[in-house]
Design a protein around this ligand. Structure first.
Ligand code: MN
Length: 329
């Protein structure tokens, strides 16, 4: 995906808070027009003003469920991986490495930008079709973010079950990283997890967590209830993000009529990042340079075949310096 808006400019000067224990903070997704001639709306759960990242996860959009004609023209990325996890519909991905693939439910598209890549995303027909997917970004660590771009698709991902406290066992798909001892084959460069978990109707399960990682639960559908401490149970609706903090070895979830959620987590990220438009960097200067290179058609971002001169222009830079994004949770 691309961002038509460049995102809010963070002007906080307070120093970053380091999360030091469990939290239970409900954060709402916001509606964002993706723009273009045929506008699509997405709901964005990350970044949040008070929470720029969960582990290395720095961005989470859901487009859908909606009927739409997706035409996201070539646009650049730096310093991140895009993780596309469809629920419904077929999307064609093309990139400057020459990849040209279709993706649908059950498969993962993982694009590692390294220092620079460009790609386009189209729905497969010329008519609007039902579309629903998550797209997340993972910030790359210093050791990988200057490297070569890469693209991989995983049509089959590891599945596991979580034992039931009551009712039936939950089923999980490990999309990225490691969950409950099972590791996704998708390339990851920091310790993290992205997993889809389905809780059957009338069931309660314990979700195992690493105490040294931070986590969040994002509602996908159904009635999900999360017991965050002895006295508190939160209801997590569709695209609400419940931030759980760190130092938990597990958390209880249950559902009366069945629910699906996405678990995000990982080791707290090593650096504060500067995120603007489709770029993740460490400084204002890096972002300005990437923007200028995209606008100058630099070889840094290659070329997506069969799009002619059609591409997404970079938005204007804000008048103020881009700042690193500290957290307040
Ligand atoms: Mn994109």
């Amino acid at each position: 995906m691309t961002r038509l808006d460049a995102g809010p400019v963070e002007e906080t000067t307070e120093s970053a808070v380091e999360c030091d224990g469990p939290r239970s903070v409900m954060l709402e997704a916001r509606e964002v027009p993706l723009g273009g001639v045929r506008a699509m709306d997405v709901r964005r759960a990350l970044p949040q003003r008070d929470l720029p990242m969960v582990g290395a996860w720095c961005f989470l959009d859901r487009f859908g469920p909606q009927r739409a004609l997706m035409r996201v023209e070539p646009h650049p990325h730096i310093g991140l991986q895009t993780v596309t996890w469809p629920f419904e519909g077929v999307v064609r991905h093309r990139d400057s490495l020459g990849s040209d693939v279709l993706i649908s439910r059950g498969a993962l598209n993982l694009m590692t930008s390294g220092a620079g890549i460009s790609h386009s995303e189209y729905s497969v027909t010329d008519e609007p079709i039902p579309l629903d997917a998550l797209q997340l970004w993972v910030a790359l660590p210093e050791s990988r973010r200057h490297g070569a771009p890469a693209f991989e698709q995983h049509a089959s991902l590891p599945q596991l079950t979580l034992p039931a406290v009551t009712g039936e066992r939950a089923e999980a798909v490990v999309v990225m990283g490691e969950f409950a001892g099972t590791t996704s084959p998708a390339s990851a460069f920091t310790p993290l997890v992205g997993a889809e978990v389905r809780v059957p109707a009338g069931s309660r399960v314990r979700v195992p967590l690493h105490p040294e990682w931070e986590y969040a639960i994002v509602g996908v559908d159904g009635d999900l209830r999360v017991t965050t401490d002895a006295d508190t149970t939160e209801t997590v609706g569709d695209m609400q993000l419940l931030y759980l903090g760190i130092q938990r070895d597990g958390i209880d979830v249950h559902s009366a009529s069945g629910a699906t959620f996405f678990l995000l987590g990982g080791e707290p990220f090593e650096d504060e990042i500067v995120m603007w438009w489709n770029f993740v960097g460490r400084s204002h200067e890096e972002i300005v340079a990437a923007r200028e290179e995209w606008e100058a058609h630099s070889a840094r971002f290659g070329r997506v075949a069969d799009h002619g001169d059609v591409r997404v222009p970079a938005p204007p830079l804000p008048a103020v310096r881009l700042r690193r994004r500290g957290r307040r949770l």
